[in-house]
Design a protein around this ligand. Structure first.
Ligand SMILES: CC(=O)N[C@H]1[C@@H](OP(=O)(O)OP(=O)(O)OC[C@H]2O[C@@H](n3ccc(=O)[nH]c3=O)[C@H](O)[C@@H]2O)O[C@H](CO)[C@@H](O)[C@@H]1O[C@H](C)C(=O)N[C@@H](C)C(=O)N[C@H](CCC(=O)O)C(=O)O
Ligand SMILES: Nc1ncnc2c1ncn2[C@@H]1O[C@H](COP(=O)(O)OP(=O)(O)OP(=O)(O)O)[C@@H](O)[C@H]1O
Ligand SMILES: N[C@H](CCC[C@H](N)C(=O)O)C(=O)O
Ligand SMILES: [Mg+2]
Length: 488
């Protein structure tokens, strides 16, 4: 593709040289002959440092910011250099153009907790409505034909648009994706054509990356103020933390806002009762009232399911078909997932709660199923927001009857120090660093009527220690401790 057509009408530099571009990358290690290398100012380093390597590998031009251009000039780079005020956004828009097409109907969801669940639900609803659908996010890219695992919740724009083009090529017409705050802050999904965008909630997370909660909210808000086009619809549950701010901002922008839940106007939750592990919802809509048996435990899943339903409706699906599809929803792997029970009937769940609010909700959701004690095994990841550690310890101590503090992914940190920080919030807890052993101990403690929640790693299949990923699955560890065998 000619560089001039790739950049036509995009915010950024006017292109005087008309080179043929064979690919785009912001990682010098992926540069190939004919590529445009996009040198980005990173969290750790400026990509301009690697421009020479990219050019040596065959890249024919560099797109960067003013600081990068200065570095390139100082470095004596003679290849064409294009300067943009916002090369991350320019890259995202170019990637969408270069790796077109994308599925015709796309929605995105952001929020501190619930993104993976909502995206997983929207995919199932689209499929129920007869479409070939996909979901993209933390647990990978999923279609009815299987899944591929990516690594990031919102991939870099080049990977994202390659993936979307592959899906569109495979006949996928509908897709739901997670928009992480990092992804939004770094303009990773600015090239995606969205029909609707959902907001779940905002709570403490990523305070290592965002300076304040307001900065964190501002990153999330980009989905609604900048990424979603003016004809798009926003879906939110007004009861959820910070939803009022999102709704007010979207209304001020003139966007259509579809609200759900107890205070929702479009999918209003007028009744909710438990029936075993299911929840029976009564939902009032402009098309009449619906009674739906949602086969998922946890109050938060009601909000997630209604936001997913709202997104599907906003994307053009019929209310009746959407409401009926909720009866068949399956939870995302590792999200309040019932793994099995002990011979005495005690239940064991795995959940991905790795932040205070999520842990609070997960443990609260399990209390109604607990006749005896609620036992919680939990740790916190290294190289991530240290401030959440005592808070998570305190939540576990308040909500559970027995707490076992263990290791999550220590990454480059000393796991003993992470546990120590968590124990500040949970002084009476047991401390067992080895996660397998912590799970075995917790299972051995379970008596009839007890419930176990192993929190923090959900679907993960590895434990990151230093820079090594050791095979580890909470799912398998719980099954083994229950005597169900190693594998599902
Ligand atoms: C902190 C963070 O978000 N970093 C992301 C960011 O990297 P960066 O631009 O800051 O990278 P950097 O290391 O400073 O390097 C600067 C530039 O030099 C380039 N480079 C670097 C080395 C080299 O040899 N050659 C080269 O060209 C890099 O490609 C980069 O463009 O942009 C990269 C490309 O999009 C991402 O891969 C990278 O994600 C890292 C791997 C990461 O761990 N991110 C996590 C924190 C993340 O994004 N998580 C979110 C949230 C999950 C949640 O909600 O809980 C997610 O969406 O997954
Ligand atoms: N709507 C919600 N409100 C509060 N907690 C929730 C909600 N939905 C899910 N959770 C909790 O958060 C955990 C993670 O849920 P999920 O994976 O759907 O969220 P996420 O936003 O994708 O998280 P991440 O950013 O880590 O990928 C769940 O295991 C559950 O404990
Ligand atoms: N997407 C999240 C996942 C955290 C999962 C938890 N197990 C941990 O390692 O902290 C992050 O990268 O912060
Ligand atoms: Mg997720």
């Amino acid at each position: 593709m000619h560089l001039s057509s790739l950049m036509a009408d995009l915010p950024g530099p006017a292109v005087s040289t008309d080179l043929t571009i064979t690919g785009l990358t912001s990682d010098s290690r992926a540069a190939r002959p004919g590529f445009l290398f996009v040198a980005l100012a990173g969290v750790k380093v400026h990509g301009a440092r690697f421009a020479r390597t990219a050019l040596e590998q065959g890249a024919v031009a560099v797109l960067t910011d003013a600081a990068g251009a200065g570095m390139l000039a100082a470095d004596g780079v003679t290849a064409p250099v294009l300067v943009s005020d916002n090369p991350r956004r320019t890259l995202a828009l170019m990637a969408a153009r270069f790796h077109a097409p994308q599925p015709a109907t796309m929605v995105a969801v952001t929020g501190t907790a619930g993104k993976t669940s909502v995206a997983h639900f929207v995919r199932q609803i689209f499929e129920h409505c007869g479409h070939a659908a996909a979901s993209l996010g933390t647990i990978g890219t999923i279609t009815s034909n299987g899944k591929t695992y990516g690594g990031l919740t919102t991939p870099d724009p080049v990977t994202l648009h390659q993936d979307l083009a592959r899906l569109a090529g495979d006949g996928i017409t509908h897709a739901a994706m997670e928009a992480s705050s990092h992804g939004l802050d770094q303009y990773r999904l600015d090239g995606v054509q969205l029909a609707a965008a959902g907001f779940t909630n905002l709570g403490r997370d990523h305070m290592d990356y965002h300076a304040t909660m307001e900065d964190y909210l501002a990153a999330k808000m980009r989905l609604f103020t900048e990424v979603l086009p003016s004809g798009g619809t926003v879906v939110a549950d007004p009861v959820e933390p910070y939803a009022d701010r999102v709704i007010a901002t979207c209304r001020a922008r003139g966007l259509r806002v579809l609200t759900v839940g107890e205070r929702g106007e479009d999918l209003r939750l007028t009744g909710l009762r438990h029936s075993g592990f299911s929840q029976v919802l009564t939902v009032a809509t402009a098309r009449g009232d619906y009674k739906v048996s949602l086969p998922l435990a946890g109050r938060f899943q009601v909000s997630n399911a209604l936001i997913a339903a709202g997104l599907a409706i906003a994307a053009g699906e019929q209310t009746g078909a959407v409401m009926r599809s909720l009866e068949d929803l399956k939870g995302a792997p590792g999200r309040l997932e019932l793994i099995g029970c002990k011979a005495n009937g005690a239940l064991a769940f795995v959940d991905y709660a790795h932040k205070p609010d999520a842990l609070d909700n997960a443990l609260a959701a399990l209390r109604p199923f607990t006749q005896g004690r609620l036992v919680c095994v939990v740790g916190a990841g290294g190289d991530r927001d240290p401030g959440k550690r005592p808070m998570m310890g305190a939540v576990a101590a308040r909500r559970a009857d027995v707490v076992v503090i263990t290791d999550d992914n220590p990454r480059s940190e000393d796991p003993a120090l992470i546990r120590k920080a968590m124990l500040e919030g949970a002084p009476g807890a047991l401390e067992i660093g080895d996660r397998q052993q912590a799970i075995e101990t917790a299972v051995s403690l379970l008596e009839a009527g007890d419930v176990l929640c192993v929190a923090g790693k959900g679907h993960e299949t590895g434990q990151i220690v230093g820079d090594r990923v050791l095979p580890f699955s909470d799912h398998d560890a719980v099954r083994a401790a229950l005597g169900m065998g190693d594998k599902a």
